[in-house]
Design a protein. Structure first.
Length: 290
């Protein structure tokens, strides 16, 4: 009987241990699941409950760009600017443009200007007025020529132009045909096709285009539009203030921080939407035409 009693006591203790182990296992498993659940919720919350992005896939955004574009179309603006580049010593004008930006169309009109563009009564050239009388007088006489208000100017010499282009990482430009030009002052050798031109090469290419007449003027306008396309794109929207700061500290301009602040909504709208319409016009008088 003593032996039987001993066996009964052994069996009861074993069952109690099994029950304790199972209870511990259930509590432990529940705790692990709770931790996993909280972790998953935290990760999903971080990615706005986008399961695809949380699992490492590309985010799918459908509504935000539409909202930004629709906001861009609500902005209204009609601004014209005079851009140019001249040698700092000789004052020789390298290249120049009139540029009109218009919202809500997100349209840009560009007119390339030759150094010998006649101003005022037809006896003075743009290059001579810039060299002898300065940019304010050049703007005044361009306004008389075009019959339109010019909202500001952005001028550079050779080095400051290159500094801005380098800051932008060069420019993606389409060269329509292979070029092998060897002049007295510079040489340009380019293959046909779209390519990223760094500052020095782009500068020489624009100067080369100034040597081939009206076709070169149109191509200068095309190049500027390609540069502007690289600036006014959605990915640069948050860089707009840095761009203006770099511009105002690098080139000659009458655009102040007050001008920037008043135009910031329009700049943001252009960057959110990108340039939607591009026009090259032959005459300065056509710069504001639809």
């Amino acid at each position: 009987m003593a032996k039987k009693t001993k066996n009964i006591m052994f069996t009861t203790q074993r069952r109690n241990e099994d029950r304790g182990f199972r209870k511990f296992s259930v509590v432990f498993a529940g705790s692990v699941l709770m931790i996993l659940l909280v972790s998953c919720l935290a990760i999903l919350n971080k990615y706005d409950f986008d399961i695809r992005t949380a699992m490492g896939g590309d985010s799918v955004t459908e509504t935000q760009p539409v909202t930004e574009i629709s906001t861009a179309w609500q902005e209204e603006a009609d601004k014209t600017y005079f851009f140019w580049c001249s040698d700092s010593v000789s004052r020789e004008m390298r290249f120049a443009w009139l540029v009109n930006f218009r919202l809500p169309e997100a349209r840009v009109n560009v007119c390339a200007l030759s150094p010998d563009t006649l101003l005022s009564d037809g006896t003075e050239t743009l290059e001579s007025v810039l060299a002898k009388e300065g940019e304010n007088e050049a703007v005044k006489k361009l306004e008389e020529l075009t019959g339109s208000h010019i909202d500001g100017y952005i001028g550079s010499d050779d080095e400051s132009f290159k500094a801005m282009i380098n800051y932008l990482g060069g420019a993606d430009v389409t060269v329509p045909e292979q070029i092998e030009y060897r002049g007295n002052e510079f040489t340009v050798i380019l293959v046909k096709g779209k390519q990223n031109l760094k500052a020095d090469t782009l500068f020489k290419y624009l100067r080369y285009l100034g040597t081939i007449g009206s076709r070169g003027k149109n191509l200068q306008s095309t190049v500027l539009l390609e540069i502007l396309d690289g600036v006014f794109r959605p990915s640069n929207t948050e860089k707009r203030e840095r761009y203006f700061s770099k511009l105002s500290n690098t080139v000659k301009t009458n655009l102040s921080i007050v001008d920037y602040s008043s135009a910031e909504n329009g700049i943001k709208a252009f960057m959110q939407s990108g340039i939607q319409k591009r026009n090259i016009v032959d005459s300065p008088a056509e710069i504001n035409e639809d």
